[in-house]
Design a protein around this ligand. Structure first.
Ligand SMILES: CC(C)(COP(=O)(O)OP(=O)(O)OC[C@H]1O[C@@H](n2cnc3c(N)ncnc32)[C@H](O)[C@@H]1OP(=O)(O)O)[C@@H](O)C(=O)NCCC(=O)NCCS
Length: 233
């Protein structure tokens, strides 16, 4: 790891945040890093903007992880679990990726399973339905106690914390989420599914500015979190 990349100690979590560009010209260097399956996925997007954001995002994920793994970005070989989580076998790294609009967040750690989520705070037509289906009564009360934009921020705070736990465990969407009360720091979670990690997860809100809500969940105790922006100058 060279001096523009911070050392990652056991137990640390590094949060990388980036803004995805959507022009082919700017993304040319990223495109050349993609594996054939990533190129095929890029080509399957209907809208060019989405294609370019995917190319940019995957290129940045490769650059960031390459610096920790000590492997050239183009040589990283990802594995995807049955539930969809990306992994880097043999790297000694745990990581997770989230996108919302033009924002990419990558959480990186060592050994401890982790999950990250980010959402742009916005009005959501289906908000009441999501709360009825997935939120506990304490979470619904918490969201309702906020007014105007604050209520949207509270909604996405709950949403991203819940998603971060699911992603740390490596699950997709599951039943019974309304029984998971995520307003506390730690949560014991067991989906009962063999492909998913069960255990006690530490939860933290990410500092991403007023218009964003994000959370990271890490297996085990409290983790020191450091923030970095891509590109790192
Ligand atoms: C797929 C899911 C893990 C997150 O999806 P999402 O919020 O649309 O997408 P995000 O940008 O946060 O994360 C996508 C990335 O997470 C990773 N990922 C995918 N499946 C994953 C899983 N089962 N576990 C952990 N990480 C996963 C992948 O790296 C993926 O990016 P990639 O496909 O480009 O590699 C899943 O939780 C889901 O479908 N959520 C639906 C949203 C919802 O209804 N939530 C209700 C909770 S309140």
């Amino acid at each position: 790891m060279n001096d523009i990349y911070p050392p990652l100690s056991d137990g640390d979590v590094h949060i990388w945040s980036a803004v995805l560009v959507d022009t082919e010209y700017e993304n040319q260097p990223y495109f050349s890093l993609l594996a054939p399956n990533e190129t095929r996925r890029a080509d399957a997007f209907h809208f060019e903007r989405d294609r370019q954001r995917f190319v940019c995002g995957r290129g940045i994920v490769r650059h960031v992880l390459s610096s920790y793994a000590g492997t050239p970005a183009v040589e990283l070989s990802f594995h995807r679990t049955k539930k969809g989580k990306l992994e880097l076998p043999g790297s000694g790294l745990a990581f997770n990726v989230a996108h919302s609009e033009s924002r990419l967040v990558v959480a990186v750690g060592k050994t401890r399973a982790l999950g990250v989520d980010v959402e742009w705070v916005r009005p959501l037509d289906e908000r009441e339905g999501v709360m009825a289906r997935f939120f506990s009564s304490a979470e619904r009360d918490y969201v309702s106690a906020g007014h105007g934009a604050e209520s949207s921020r509270r909604f996405f705070r709950c949403w991203t914390r819940k998603e971060a736990v699911l992603k740390a465990a490596g699950c997709g969407l599951i039943d019974g989420l309304e029984r998971m009360d995520i307003l506390c720091d730690g949560i014991v979670f067991d989906s009962g599914e063999p492909e998913c990690q069960a255990g006690a997860f530490h939860l933290a809100d990410l500092k991403l500015g007023e218009d964003w809500r994000g959370a990271v969940a890490v297996l085990g105790g409290k983790a020191p979190i450091s923030y970095f922006t891509w590109p790192r100058n």
